[in-house]
Design a protein around this ligand. Structure first.
Ligand SMILES: NC(=O)c1ccc[n+]([C@@H]2O[C@H](COP(=O)([O-])OP(=O)(O)OC[C@H]3O[C@@H](n4cnc5c(N)ncnc54)[C@H](O)[C@@H]3O)[C@@H](O)[C@H]2O)c1
Length: 335
C-alpha cells in the first residue's frame, strides 16, 4: 500500500540502519512500491561484539535484507571517511536515518552519544548539502519519567533517551535557520512486527511471548501486568509515518503511536487466542521497579495534523497480521 503521492521512482534514498528492524522494512517498502527507486542500504551489521550488558553492539542481520536488490554498504556511521564518501558518491533525495544504538539498557554513554547524536548531525549536514529531506528515528524513551507524552515534556532517564533528546535539540537548532529541506523526527513508541526477531532480547514482547507460547512455556508476566500499559505500534503504521514525513506540512518532531495504551496481559491474551494455545500465565516480581515505564500513550494530534498520519492497526490487528511470521520464525529460527 502506498502512503504518499510522491513518486519515489528514480529518487536516491539513503536508509541507515537498513539491516535492522525498521530500516529493512523501509527498504522493502520502497523496493516493492517503487521498483526504480535507487535505494542505498547502510548498516554496520552485527560483528558478534557485545556491550557490557552482554547484548550485541549492533543488531543488523543479513536475513532482514534477503531479497533486497538495492545497494548494500556495511560501514559505521561514526566513520568520517564513510560520510565523506557518501557525500561525494551520491546525491540523495531522502535520508531515512534509523541507525542507532537501539538498546535502551546500554551503559556506554560515550559510544551512545557519538553514534546516536554526533553521527546524526553529520548526516544532517549531508542532507542539507544534497537538499535531501531528512526523516530520523527519535523515541518515546525521551519521555522517560514524564507522565505527559507530548512534545515538550521529555524527561529521559537513561543514556539512550538522553541521546534521542539531543537529536531532537539538534533538529530544532537547524530548523531555526533557512536550510531548504524538511526535517522530521519520529518518536516511535513500542514497535512490533516483521523483521524484529534479530534484535534478540530487545525485540518486542509480542514476538517473545509468541515464541514462549509456541514452545509450550507458560508466558511469564510481571506482577500487575494488567496495569502496565504501553502504546504498542505495528510496523506498518511506523512505515506509514515515515513515508508521510517525506512531505510534512511542518518540520518538527512527532509522536508515532496508536494513541492507545494496552497491557502486556492483553498481548498474551491475543497471542493465545490467535495461536489457539491456552497455556496459562505465570506472574513474576518486576525487577525493574524504579526504572520502568508503567504507562505510555502517545498524543498523536500534531502527527495527524502535520503529517496526515492515521494509525490503522489496533493491537489485535497488528498481532493478527504478524502471527504467521511469528510461527514461521519459531519453525526456522527458534526450534
Ligand atoms: N523498535 C522500537 O520499538 C523503537 C522505538 C523507538 C525508537 N526506535 C529507534 O528506531 C531506530 C530503528 O530501530 P530498530 O528497532 O530498527 O533497531 P535495530 O537495532 O534493529 O536497528 C538499528 C540498526 O542500526 C545499525 N547500527 C547500529 N549502530 C550503527 C553504526 N554505528 N553504524 C551503522 N549502523 C549501525 C544496527 O546494526 C541495526 O541494524 C533506532 O534509531 C531506534 O533507536 C525504535
Amino acid at each position: 500500500m502506498k502512503y504518499s503521492d510522491i513518486d519515489f521512482n528514480n529518487k536516491t534514498i539513503l536508509i541507515t540502519g537498513a539491516a535492522g528492524f525498521i530500516g529493512s522494512n523501509l527498504c522493502f517498502y520502497f523496493q516493492e512500491n517503487y521498483p526504480n527507486a535507487n535505494i542505498i542500504a547502510l548498516d554496520c551489521f552485527r560483528s558478534g561484539e557485545t556491550f557490557s550488558n552482554g547484548n550485541l553492539k549492533s543488531f543488523g542481520h543479513f536475513k532482514n535484507l534477503l531479497g533486497f536488490k538495492g545497494i548494500v554498504i556495511s560501514s559505521d556511521i561514526n566513520d568520517k571517511e564513510l560520510l565523506k564518501d557518501l557525500e561525494n558518491s551520491y546525491t540523495f533525495d531522502y535520508i531515512f536515518h534509523q541507525a542507532a544504538i537501539s538498546d535502551t539498557t546500554v551503559q556506554e554513554q560515550d559510544l551512545m552519544v557519538k553514534t546516536n547524536v554526533n553521527a546524526y548531525e553529520d548526516l544532517l549536514k549531508i542532507a542539507i548539502k544534497h537538499k535531501a529531506n531528512m526523516i530520523y528515528a527519535s523515541s518515546a524513551a525521551t519521555y522517560g519519567d514524564s507522565n505527559r507524552f507530548e512534545i515538550g515534556y521529555e524527561q529521559p532517564n537513561n543514556a539512550y533517551g538522553f541521546s534521542k533528546v539531543m537529536m531532537d535539540n539538534i533538529t530544532y537548532k537547524y530548523l531555526k535557520e533557512n536550510i531548504g529541506i524538511s526535517i522530521v523526527g519520529l518518536k516511535y513508541f513500542n514497535v512490533y512486527g516483521q523483521r524484529e526477531f534479530f534484535k534478540n532480547k530487545t525485540a518486542s514482547m509480542v514476538v517473545q511471548f509468541g515464541h514462549q507460547i509456541l514452545n509450550n512455556l507458560t508466558p511469564k508476566l510481571f506482577e500487575g501486568s494488567d496495569k502496565i500499559l504501553r502504546d504498542f505500534i505495528y510496523i506498518e503504521d511506523v512505515i506509514q509515518a515515515n513515508i508521510k514525513a517525506c512531505n510534512p506540512k511542518k518540520s518538527g518532531v512527532y509522536n508515532v503511536g496508536t494513541g492507545k495504551a494496552r497491557s502486556f496481559e492483553d498481548i498474551v491474551n491475543i497471542l493465545q487466542q490467535e495461536l489457539k494455545i491456552d497455556n496459562g500465565k505465570e506472574y513474576i516480581p518486576n525487577p525493574y521497579i524504579g526504572a520502568y515505564q508503567f504507562f505510555t500513550q502517545a498524543n498523536i494530534d500534531s502527527t495527524k495534523q502535520n503529517l496526515g498520519y492515521e494509525p490503522r492497526y489496533e493491537l489485535e490487528d497488528g498481532i493478527k497480521a504478524y502471527i504467521d511470521d511469528i510461527k514461521r520464525l519459531f519453525e526456522t529460527e527458534v526450534k
